[in-house]
Unconditional design. Structure first.
Lengths: 430, 150
C-alpha cells in the first residue's frame, strides 16, 4: 500500500512536469470542432425550447398562413410584428403557463384564428392578457377559446380591430384578481361580434374608443359589469345579451350611443342596475328588454336620451330617473309587472313621458281610440317612502300603502306634479 | 352646577374622541363609488374620505374623491382623506403623508391618471414624466378636466 502511494505521486509529478502542458493543448485542439458543434446545437435547442412558435413565425413569409399542429405550444410574451395568419385548425393549444402575456401583437394585417390560449399571468401592477394588441392596424381575432386568463383580449392604441366568435372564459376562483374579457383602450373602429364572455371583471370594457360596433355578444356572470364604457363616442350596441352580471351594464360620459335590441336580465341586489346611464347625451335606447333587474334603467345627468319601444318586465324599479338630466323622452315602452314603474329624486320633471303602456294604469278608454282618457302618474308615493326607509318595503302590499298611493294619484302633493303620461296606451305595444 | 358642567364637557370630549376616522374596509366589486356610481374594483386606485362624523365615502379613484370634495365642502371639511398605495396592494395612505402624482398612461378607472405613493417614495421606473400635485392642485386639475360644477 505504502509503496503504491509513494510511486503514484512521484510518477504524476514527473509526468506533469514533462508532458501535461503539451498533452492538454493537443487535447484542446482535438476537441475544438466538437465543442463548436456542441455550442451550435445547444443554441438551437435553446431557441426551440424557448418558443417554437417564435421560430416558426420568424421563418414564415410576410402574408403567409401558419398552420399549427394539433398539440400544445408554450408561449410567453410572444411578439408578432409580421403580417401573418396564425391558424390553430381548431385543435392547437397555446399555454402561457401562468406568467406574463401570451401573444403580443404589434403590426398590421394580422389574423389569429381557431386555437385555444390559456393561463396568462396575473399581476397587481401589470394587466397581463392572453392577447395584447398594441399600436396595430387591421387585426382580426376569431374563433379562439380563451380560458382562465387575467385579461382576455387587451387592445390599446389600435385601429380596425375585429374580435369575433370567441369564447372568453375565466376561472371563478380568481374572482378578486380578475381582469376584463375584452378590454379596449384608446382605439378607433373596433368591432366585437358574437363572443361569449364570462367569469371576468367587466365582460366588455371600452375607454376612449371611437366608432365601435358591438353586436350579438352573450355576456353573463361577470363579477362587475357586462358591458362598461366610458368616454367612447359614436358607439353602437345591437342584439347583445347581458345576463346575471353583478352590476349590469354601465354607460358613462359619452355621447351619440345607440343601443338597440339588447337584453338586460337578472341584475339583482343593492346598487345593481340593468343599464346605468351616467352623463350620456344625445343617445338612443330602443327595442331593448329589461327583465328581473333591481332597477331597469338608472339615469343620472343624462340629456336628450330617447328611451323608446323597450320592454320592462318584472323589475323592482323599471326606470329610476334622476332629475339632473334634461329632455329625455320616454315613449311607447311597455311597463309590465314592475313594482315601481318610475322613481325619481325631485318634485320637478324635466323629461317627457308619452304613449307608454303601464300595467299599473287604472284609467279607462271611453272613446275606444286605444289611448287612456285620463293621465297616468307612474311615480308611486310609496316609492318615496321606500327610498327613505327601505325597510318600509315590508308594507308594500298593505292596504294602507294602496290607499296612500291612490290618494296621491288623485291629489299629487309629494310626487312630481308634472311627471305624467298624458296618453297612456290601453294595450301593450307590439 | 359647576361640577355637572365639567362632567358634561368631559363626557362630550370623550364622545368626540370616540369618532374613528380610520379608513373602513372597501369591498371590491361590491361597493359603489360615492361620486361616479361605478362599482369599485381596482385596488391600486381606491380612495376614501372619512368625514368628521366618522362616515366613510368610498371612491374608485382619486379624481372622484377630488370632485366629490369640491362639490360637497361641508362633508370634506375636517375629513380624513385616504388613497391606496399604487405599488402596495391593500395599503391605505393618509393623503397628508402621501404624494399624489399625475402621469399619462397610468390606467386609473376614471381616466385622469392620478395615483398616490407614500411621501418621498421614488416613482416606479416604468412610469415616465410623473407630475407631483398637492391636494388643492389635484382638485383644481379634476375640476378643470371634468368641468365639475358645485
Amino acid at each position: 500500500m505504502e509503496r503504491k502511494t509513494m510511486i503514484k505521486p512521484l510518477f504524476l509529478q514527473h509526468f506533469r512536469r514533462r508532458h501535461l502542458n503539451s498533452l492538454l493543448s493537443a487535447m484542446f485542439l482535438l476537441f475544438l470542432p466538437l465543442m463548436a458543434v456542441a455550442q451550435h446545437s445547444s443554441s438551437e435547442t435553446e431557441s426551440a425550447g424557448l418558443s417554437e412558435l417564435a421560430r416558426i413565425i420568424q421563418e414564415a413569409d410576410s402574408g403567409s398562413t401558419i398552420l399549427l399542429e394539433p398539440r400544445t405550444y408554450s408561449v410567453n410574451d410572444l411578439l408578432i410584428e409580421k403580417s401573418v395568419t396564425i391558424d390553430g385548425q381548431n385543435s392547437a393549444v397555446l399555454d402561457i403557463g401562468g406568467e406574463g402575456y401570451g401573444l403580443i401583437v404589434m403590426g398590421e394585417n394580422i389574423t389569429l384564428q381557431n386555437f385555444e390560449i390559456k393561463d396568462s399571468g396575473f399581476g397587481f401592477m401589470d394587466d397581463y392578457a392572453a392577447i395584447l394588441v398594441e399600436d396595430s392596424r387591421n387585426i382580426l381575432i376569431e374563433n379562439l377559446t380563451l380560458t382562465n386568463n387575467f385579461f382576455g383580449i387587451f387592445v390599446a392604441k389600435s385601429e380596425k380591430v375585429e374580435v369575433s366568435n370567441n369564447r372568453i372564459i375565466s376561472n371563478a376562483e380568481r374572482q378578486t384578481t380578475s381582469g376584463n374579457g375584452v378590454h379596449i383602450w384608446y382605439s378607433k373602429d373596433v368591432e366585437v361580434h358574437q363572443n361569449e364572455i364570462t367569469g371576468h371583471r367587466d365582460g366588455i370594457y371600452l375607454e376612449f374608443v371611437e366608432g365601435s360596433m358591438i353586436t350579438g355578444n352573450n355576456v353573463y356572470s361577470n363579477i362587475r359589469y357586462g358591458l362598461h364604457f366610458m368616454y367612447s363616442d359614436n358607439c353602437t350596441y345591437i342584439g347583445n345579451e347581458f345576463r346575471d352580471n353583478i352590476s349590469g351594464v354601465a354607460v358613462m360620459y359619452t355621447k351619440n350611443v345607440i343601443m338597440r335590441h339588447n337584453l338586460f336580465v337578472q341584475n339583482w341586489g343593492a346598487n345593481r342596475y340593468g343599464l346605468l346611464l351616467k352623463e350620456i347625451n344625445d343617445s338612443v335606447v330602443q327595442f331593448n328588454r329589461f327583465e328581473t333587474n333591481s332597477v331597469g334603467i338608472y339615469s343620472e345627468a343624462s340629456n336628450r336620451v330617447e328611451i323608446e319601444r323597450n320592454e320592462f318586465y318584472n323589475n323592482g324599479t323599471a326606470i329610476r330617473m334622476m332629475a339632473n338630466g334634461l329632455d329625455n323622452r320616454i315613449e311607447r315602452n311597455n311597463f309590465i309587472g314592475n313594482v315601481f314603474e318610475v322613481s325619481t329624486n325631485s318634485r320637478s320633471n324635466p323629461n317627457h313621458y308619452e304613449g307608454n303602456y303601464w300595467s299599473q294604469y287604472e284609467g279607462y278608454d271611453l272613446d275606444r281610440d286605444g289611448v287612456g282618457d285620463v293621465e297616468h302618474r307612474p311615480v308611486r308615493l310609496f316609492s318615496l317612502f321606500a327610498e327613505r326607509h327601505p325597510l318600509s318595503l315590508i308594507m308594500l302590499r298593505s292596504m294602507m300603502a294602496g290607499l296612500l298611493d291612490t290618494a296621491e294619484r288623485v291629489f299629487p302633493v309629494l310626487t312630481p306634479k308634472n311627471l305624467v303620461d298624458q296618453k297612456p296606451a290601453m294595450e301593450p305595444i307590439q | 352646577m359647576k361640577k355637572s358642567l365639567v362632567f358634561s364637557t368631559l363626557f362630550l370630549l370623550i364622545l368626540s374622541a370616540c369618532i374613528n376616522q380610520e379608513p373602513k374596509k372597501v369591498n371590491l366589486n361590491m361597493d359603489e363609488c360615492a361620486y361616479c356610481k361605478m362599482v369599485i374594483s381596482d385596488q391600486q386606485f381606491v380612495s376614501q374620505l372619512v368625514s368628521d362624523k366618522g362616515k366613510s365615502y368610498p371612491f374608485d379613484s382619486i379624481e372622484c374623491m377630488a370632485a366629490y370634495a369640491y362639490q360637497t365642502p361641508d362633508i370634506a371639511e375636517n375629513a380624513k382623506l385616504y388613497a391606496a398605495d399604487y405599488t402596495q396592494r391593500g395599503q391605505w395612505l393618509l393623503l397628508d403623508n402621501a404624494d399624489i402624482y399625475h402621469a399619462e398612461g397610468v390606467p386609473s378607472p376614471m381616466g385622469l391618471s392620478l395615483f398616490a405613493l407614500p411621501g418621498q417614495e421614488t416613482i416606479p421606473s416604468e412610469i415616465a414624466d410623473a407630475e407631483k400635485m398637492n391636494w388643492n392642485e389635484t382638485i383644481n386639475f379634476v375640476v378643470d378636466q371634468w368641468n365639475v360644477k358645485r
